[in-house]
Design a protein around this ligand. Structure first.
Ligand code: IVH
Length: 672
C-alpha cells in the first residue's frame, strides 16, 4: 500500500469520525447525508482493496462482521452497582439526612440530577483511546461481552476524541445506558408487525433484544442510542465531581443527557424533579425517574457503597401509571420455597406502553385487606420493571355478580398440607417433595437469577422434568444430547445448543452458584456478602450460625436458613452428585480488594472519623470487620481510651495500629 493511499484512508477515517460525532452526538450535521455516504463508500472501497489496512476502530467496522458463536463473558474490573430507590420528597430528605449524619455535621451538599434512563446499563473499556471491550451489566461482576454489538451503536465512539486540553488515561472505563428512542421503537414494531414477527413489549425489551443478537448485523439495523453517565473509577480522571465528569465525557465524544442539572442544595433537587415529571412525556426516550448524585468525588469516597448500591446516589422513581381492568380468575401458584401465591388473571389492559394480563395478589391477608373479589373491576399499576400490582377494587363498579376469592385448604399442586408460620403472611406447602417446588427450584437454577443457562427457559425445564430427565440440579449436567433430541419440539440443533450452554456454566463462581440454589433469604446480595468472607462452598458448609452472624448484613434468620440448608443430607448428596457430573465451583473473583484476607477490630474512640465510616472503608477495600478479638484477627485499630480488647490483642501478639497509622494505610491503599 503506498503512502498516499494510507494517508487518504486515515484522512477519511478522521473526517467520518468527526462528521459522525456532529451528526449522532451533537445532532448538528455539517455535511449532507449524501456527502457522508460518499466518503464512507470511498473508505469502504479502499479497505476492500487493502484489507490489511482495516483497523478495529474504522467507521466501516460499526456494521459488525460475522455472527458470533454465543457471548463470551466479560468481568467487570469494578462492580457495576445498582441504585437504591426513593419515591417521595420525604425519601429525598431522609437520603440527605443520612448523609449528614454520616458526616456528623450539617454540610450543604451539592447534587447533580440526571434523568434515569430506562434502557440497559453497559460498560465500555477504552485502552489507548480505542474501544476494546463492551459488555452488559450481568450480575454486576460478570457480564456478557457484546463488543461487536455495541460497536454498531452510532453514539458509541470507537475512538475517543483527542484534544490538546484534555488528557486521556491509558485505560478509561465508561458506563452508560443503551436505549431505543420512542419513535424508533414504534417504527421497529410496525415493521415487525408487517413481517409477521413477534412484537416487543416495550422499548427497553427491544433494546435488550437488539443487543443480544448474536449477529451484530441485526443489531446494526436497530435504532440504538447511548448516553454516558459515569466511569468505573474516578481515580484516572482529573475531575473533582460528577458535573465536571459529564463535561469531560462530552469532550471525549460521548453523548450525555442534556437534562443534567447542578443543584447547589437539596431544594433545587426537588424543583428539578417536578420539572422532569412534567417534561417526561415530551421526551423521545423512556425515563422512569431521576437519579440524584452527590457531586463531589471526595465525598463519594467517604460515603462508599453497600453491597448493592452507592450511598451517595439514589433513584427517585416517577409515580407509577395506573389503569383499570377486571379480575377474570385467580390462580394459586406454588413457588420454590413452597409459598402459595394468588395470581390474578386480568382482562388485558395497556399500562404505560405495556400490556398487563396478570398481577400478583401477594397473599391471603392482602386479598382480605383490599377486599378483592372475583370479577371485580380493579386499578392496576405498573412501575418500571416491577411486576404489575392490583392497587384496589373499584367498589362503585360492583354489580353483585362478584364472588369471594377462596384460598385453597391444601396445596393446589401436591395436595400437601398448608401452613402459616406465626407472624408471617406467607402460606406454605410443607411437603418438601412437592413437585411444584422442585420444578420451581429447577427453573430458578437455570434462569436469569440462577446460572442463566441459555436456551433453558421455564417451558423447557418443565418439559425435562415431566420427561423424568431432571429431578435435581445436578441432573442438568448429566443430560445427553441424544436424550434431548428425542423430546417433542426439539431437534439435533437445539439439543446441541442446550448441551453446549450447560457446558458453559459448569464452573460457576461461588456467589453465582449460591444465589442459584434458591436458598430461602439468600439472594444476590447475601450471596455476595458470603463470598466476601468464604472462599469455597466446603468452607461455608462448615461455618456455624454465629460465624455467619459476624458478617454485617447477615442476621439470625438468614444464618439459620443457610446452616439448615448446607448441613442437610439432600444437600450433601447433591454436592457429591455435582462433583461426579464434573461441576466445579470457583472461588469468587476479588477485584480491587487490597485488604482481602485481613480482619480488623476497632476499639476505643476515633477522632477524625466515625466508627461506621472506618468500618466501611475497610469493607470497601475487601477487609473484614469483627467485634471480638481472636486469633483470626490480623489488625487491631486502637483509638483513645482503648481498654480490655487492646490488652488481649497485645497478649495474642496481634498487629496494632493507631488511628493515624490506620488512616495512613487506607490512604496508601487508595493511592492518595
Ligand atoms: S448511575 C453506581 N445514572 O439505573 C451508580 N444509572 O437502578 C449507578 N440508570 O444499573 C449508575 N440512568 O442502568 C446512573 N443517569 C443514570 C442512570 C442510571 C439509568 C440505570 C443504570 C443502573 C440502574 C440502577
Amino acid at each position: 500500500m503506498d503512502g498516499d493511499v494510507k494517508k487518504r484512508i486515515e484522512e477519511l477515517r478522521q473526517q467520518l469520525h468527526a462528521h459522525g460525532h456532529c451528526y449522532y452526538v451533537l445532532d448538528t450535521p455539517v455535511i449532507s447525508d449524501g456527502e457522508y455516504d460518499s466518503l464512507f463508500q470511498e473508505l469502504l472501497h479502499l479497505e476492500e482493496d487493502y484489507p490489511e489496512s482495516v483497523t478495529v476502530d474504522s467507521p466501516t467496522q460499526r456494521v459488525g462482521g460475522k455472527p458470533l458463536k454465543g457471548f463470551k463473558v466479560a468481568e467487570h474490573l469494578y462492580p457495576m452497582l445498582s441504585l437504591d430507590n426513593i419515591f417521595s420528597k420525604q425519601g429525598l430528605l431522609d437520603f440527605e439526612g443520612k448523609l449528614q449524619r454520616y458526616l456528623k455535621r450539617d454540610t450543604v451538599l451539592e447534587y447533580i440530577t440526571e434523568p434515569k434512563l430506562d434502557g440497559l446499563a453497559v460498560e465500555l473499556v477504552y485502552e489507548n483511546d480505542r474501544l476494546v471491550t463492551g459488555s452488559t451489566r450481568g450480575d454486576g461482576l460478570i457480564g456478557e461481552d457484546i463488543t461487536a454489538q455495541l460497536k454498531t451503536v452510532p453514539t458509541i465512539p470507537l475512538r475517543l476524541l483527542a484534544t490538546e486540553e484534555v488528557a486521556i488515561p491509558q485505560q478509561l472505563i465508561v458506563r452508560g445506558e443503551v436505549f431505543i428512542p420512542k419513535k424508533g421503537f414504534k417504527l421497529l414494531n410496525q415493521q415487525r408487525k408487517e413481517e409477521g414477527g413477534a412484537l416487543f413489549a416495550n422499548a427497553r425489551n427491544a433494546a435488550a433484544g437488539s443487543l443480544r443478537q448474536l449477529d451484530p448485523r441485526v443489531t446494526a439495523q436497530r435504532p440504538l442510542h447511548f448516553f454516558a453517565y459515569s466511569v468505573a473509577t474516578t481515580e484516572e480522571v482529573q475531575c473533582s465531581g460528577q458535573f465536571e465528569l459529564l463535561a469531560y465525557l462530552r469532550s471525549l465524544g460521548f453523548a450525555v443527557s442534556p437534562l443534567v442539572h447542578h443543584c447547589p442544595s437539596i431544594g433545587d433537587v426537588g424543583r428539578q424533579y417536578d420539572l422532569l415529571v412534567q417534561k417526561r412525556h415530551e421526551l423521545d426516550y423512556e425515563i422512569d425517574g431521576m437519579v440524584v448524585k452527590v457531586n463531589r468525588f471526595s465525598l463519594h469516597q467517604r460515603f462508599g457503597n453497600t453491597a448493592r448500591a452507592p450511598r451517595w446516589a439514589v433513584a427517585w422513581k416517577f409515580p407509577a401509571i395506573q389503569a383499570s381492568t377486571i379480575i377474570e380468575r385467580v390462580e394459586f401458584q406454588v413457588g420454590r420455597t413452597g409459598v402459595v401465591t394468588p395470581v390474578a388473571h386480568l382482562r388485558p389492559v395497556e399500562v404505560d406502553g405495556a400490556v398487563v394480563q396478570r398481577a400478583t395478589l401477594h397473599n391471603r391477608d392482602e386479598i382480605n385487606k383490599k377486599d378483592l373479589r372475583l370479577h371485580d373491576t380493579v386499578l392496576v399499576q405498573r412501575a418500571g420493571d416491577v411486576i404489575p400490582e392490583v392497587i384496589k377494587a373499584v367498589v362503585e363498579k360492583r354489580t353483585g355478580q362478584e364472588a369471594a376469592i377462596v384460598f385453597p385448604e391444601r396445596c393446589p399442586d401436591c395436595d400437601g398440607q398448608l401452613e402459616q408460620a406465626e407472624g408471617e403472611v406467607a402460606i406454605r406447602c410443607t411437603n418438601l417433595l412437592c413437585p411444584a417446588q422442585k420444578i420451581q427450584r429447577l427453573i430458578y437454577f437455570a434462569g436469569k437469577s440462577g446460572l442463566d443457562i441459555e436456551g433453558l427457559g421455564k417451558k423447557y425445564v418443565e418439559q425435562l422434568y415431566s420427561a423424568g430427565l431432571v429431578e435435581d440440579i445436578a441432573d442438568f449436567f448429566l443430560l445427553e444430547e441424544k436424550q434431548l433430541a428425542l423430546l417433542e419440539g426439539w431437534g439435533a440443533k437445539s439439543a446441541h445448543g442446550v448441551i453446549a450452554s450447560i457446558g458453559k456454566v459448569k464452573a460457576p463462581y461461588l456467589n453465582t452458584f449460591l444465589r442459584a440454589l434458591g436458598i430461602r433469604y439468600v439472594g444476590e446480595v447475601t450471596a455476595e456478602l458470603l463470598t466476601g468472607h468464604y472462599e469455597s462452598l466446603g468452607e461455608l458448609a462448615l461455618s456455624k450460625e454465629k460465624d455467619l452472624m459476624e458478617i454485617e448484613g447477615i442476621g439470625p434468620q438468614v444464618a439459620e436458613s443457610l446452616v439448615t440448608f448446607l448441613r442437610s443430607e439432600p444437600f450433601a448428596n447433591l454436592l457429591v452428585k455435582l462433583g461426579q457430573a464434573g461441576v466445579t465451583i470457583q472461588s469468587p473473583i476479588k477485584s480491587q480488594q487490597p485488604l482481602g484476607g485481613r480482619t480488623f477490630v476497632f476499639t476505643g474512640s476515633l477522632e477524625n472519623m466515625s466508627r461506621s465510616e472506618a468500618k466501611q472503608l475497610v469493607k470497601t477495600l475487601g477487609g473484614k470487620v469483627v467485634s471480638a478479638i481472636s486469633g483470626k484477627v490480623t489488625d487491631v485499630v486502637a483509638g483513645e481510651k482503648a481498654g480490655g480488647k487492646l490488652e488481649k490483642a497485645r497478649t495474642l501478639g496481634l498487629g496494632l495500629l493507631t488511628e493515624e497509622a490506620f488512616v495512613g494505610l487506607i490512604k496508601d491503599l487508595q493511592g492518595r
